[in-house]
Design a protein around this ligand. Structure first.
Ligand code: CMP
Length: 174
């Protein structure tokens, strides 16, 4: 039998340089509804790698920056009240094209219109209490990560299943 996945050349010591990071928030409604585990499981099973996780209560100053593009919208005060209602769970997930991949798993903003099979499509009805946040661009991911996590709270490690999730060429960015 050939040693494919776990051979030294194919796996050990390859740290992936071309991986993207994205920030996910389990919003207060999802926390209250006991969906935290389900949400984590969907990204885990997809093959994304969890590199940071913490529970915190959002503050006005974080939200003013986080949602700066919504600051003048009529729903902004309500959005802040909602996001500060209970703790949230913030995570950083890593993978090839992690930002669009995670957005697909999350589904579009309004739960009742989101595709069945997506998190919002399966568990949500609302367009404002919509369970989960996911970064929409590399710049947003960078900004959001910095607003919540210190560099020391993001972990660089090799996953034992990486050689099953990606080919060597994908891991090396070829
Ligand atoms: P999200 O798309 O993650 O980021 C912006 C958030 O603003 C969105 O989720 C909703 O929670 C909220 N939001 C967007 N549109 C509305 C709206 N029309 N009324 C209230 N909240 C909204």
């Amino acid at each position: 039998m050939r040693n494919y996945c776990l051979s030294k050349e194919n796996n050990l010591g390859i740290f992936i340089s071309n991986m993207e990071q994205t920030v996910v928030l389990v919003k207060p409604d999802a926390l209250q509804r006991g969906l935290t585990g389900e949400i984590i499981q969907r990204f885990d099973r997809k093959g994304l790698k969890l590199v940071g996780i913490k529970m915190l209560i959002m503050t006005d100053s974080i939200l003013d920056e986080w949602y700066a593009h919504h600051k003048d919208k009529s729903f902004f005060p309500k959005l802040k009240d909602f996001m500060e209602w209970t703790p949230i769970v913030a995570m950083v997930w890593e993978g090839l094209d992690a930002i669009p991949t995670v957005r697909k798993i999350v589904g579009i903003t309004k739960g009742r219109e989101a595709e069945a099979g997506s998190i919002r499509g399966d568990y949500g009805m609302s367009g404002s209490q919509n369970l989960i946040h996911a970064s929409d661009s590399p710049d947003a991911a960078k900004k959001e990560r910095k607003l919540i996590f210190k560099d020391s709270e993001i972990f660089k490690y090799q996953s034992a299943s990486e050689c099953l999730i990606y080919t060597k060429e994908e891991r090396e960015g070829k």
